[in-house]
Design a protein around this ligand. Structure first.
Ligand code: ADP
Ligand code: MG
Length: 340
């Protein structure tokens, strides 16, 4: 589907929505569901959780959206992976870069979707598992090398989540922008990966007042780099590299309120510069603009070679069903709608 869409010119971003289940705590607190997913594509937003006439809602602006796919609350991790990311893993094995983002308010299910749990591993782990399976099917000569990097962007500072320490400096070299000194972990199998990522996630920045919770302003980026050799048309052995970036974005709640303001006016307000810069880049790509403002933030610099152009880009917008999150859900859906 991705290849089809990209051949129509410009960068086409595939946009998905995932609704998380209502939490026990929310149910007990009297939350009602305000989201309905119909036909695995359409999302209806209604404060009245009764069996409504959805056609009537269709006419209400900002209450009805259609995406490439929308996942109801009981969708499995495997189904989310297969629909959103499996094609990108295949493309990486053909030397093409891609990126998958989870976007949404804090508590909407981004980390669950990307990292998941030991019992229910998310997109990051399932992608690596699938990658190793595909490599095994393709060759048994150890031709493919897989390296993992896991890093964080927090307040425009880049940190290595696999080897925490001083902030990393971004440098531009022949290959593009690289984080100097970043750990490139050589992975040989899936087994070690969940532990590695859980540990990395522990290293994400926490807010001083809530030491056990990852800061809602922290972006986590897993980069999976596959390097292999193939013979070209004249039988020369050439090196090929494909890179998949999987990104658990910072909470969108603060950025959304200020979406319309310029980056400069946000400097003092401690707004998430990287999240806004990503929005600007995505808008520029979707509108087919020549200039894409990658330079505006650390996140977009790091993803420059994985976003736009011939790269596959996938956005998963995570939403909560609770009527108490109605505003955030509506903002997230609007944002996702504009990324299409
Ligand atoms: P975020 O990273 O967007 O802040 P989390 O991924 O931490 O949100 O999700 C918030 C809570 O909801 C967590 O306890 C998580 O386990 C749970 N959760 C999120 N999505 C799902 C899902 N699809 N199925 C079951 N539980 C989920
Ligand atoms: Mg999270």
């Amino acid at each position: 589907a991705i290849l089809e869409k990209q051949s129509t010119g410009g960068s086409r971003i595939l946009v998905f929505v995932r609704l998380r289940p209502m939490a026990k705590r929310e149910k007990e607190g009297g939350s009602r569901s305000c989201v309905r997913i119909v036909n695995r594509r359409e999302v209806y937003l209604t404060e009245f959780a009764t069996e409504n006439d959805y056609l009537r809602l269709k006419r209400l602006r900002g209450r009805h959206f259609t995406f490439d796919a929308s996942f109801p609350d009981l969708t499995t991790q495997q189904e989310v992976y297969s629909t959103t990311t499996a094609e990108l893993v295949e493309a990486v094995l053909q030397g093409r870069n891609g990126s998958v983002f989870c976007y949404g308010a804090t508590g909407a299910g981004k980390t669950y979707t990307m990292l998941g749990t030991v019992e229910n591993p998310g997109v990051m782990v399932l992608a690596i598992k699938d990658l190793f399976n595909k490599i095994r099917q393709r060759s048994c000569d150890g031709n493919h090398e897989v390296h993992l990097s896991y890093l964080e962007v927090y307040n425009e500072t880049v940190r290595d989540l696999l080897s925490p320490g001083r902030p990393l400096v971004l440098r531009e070299d022949k290959q593009g922008i690289v984080a100097h000194g970043l750990t490139q972990y050589r992975a040989y199998s899936t087994d070690e990966v969940m532990d590695l990522l859980l540990q990395g996630n522990q290293n994400r920045t926490t807010e001083p007042t809530r030491v056990n919770e990852t800061s809602s302003r922290s972006h986590a980026i897993l980069q999976v780099v596959v390097e292999y050799r193939v013979k070209d048309a004249s039988n020369n052995v050439v090196n090929r590299v494909g890179k998949l970036s999987l990104i658990d974005l910072a909470g969108s709640e603060r950025a959304l309120a200020t979406d319309q303001r310029t980056l400069r006016s946000l400097e003092g307000a401690n707004i998430n510069r990287s999240l806004l810069a990503l929005s600007s880049c995505i808008n520029a790509l979707v509108e087919g603009k020549k200039h894409v403002p990658y330079r505006n933030s650390k996140l977009t610099q790091l993803l420059k070679d994985s976003l736009g152009g011939a790269c596959n880009t996938v956005m998963i917008a995570n939403i909560s069903p609770s009527n108490l999150s109605f505003g955030e859900t509506q903002n997230t859906l609007h944002w996702a709608d504009r990324a299409k």
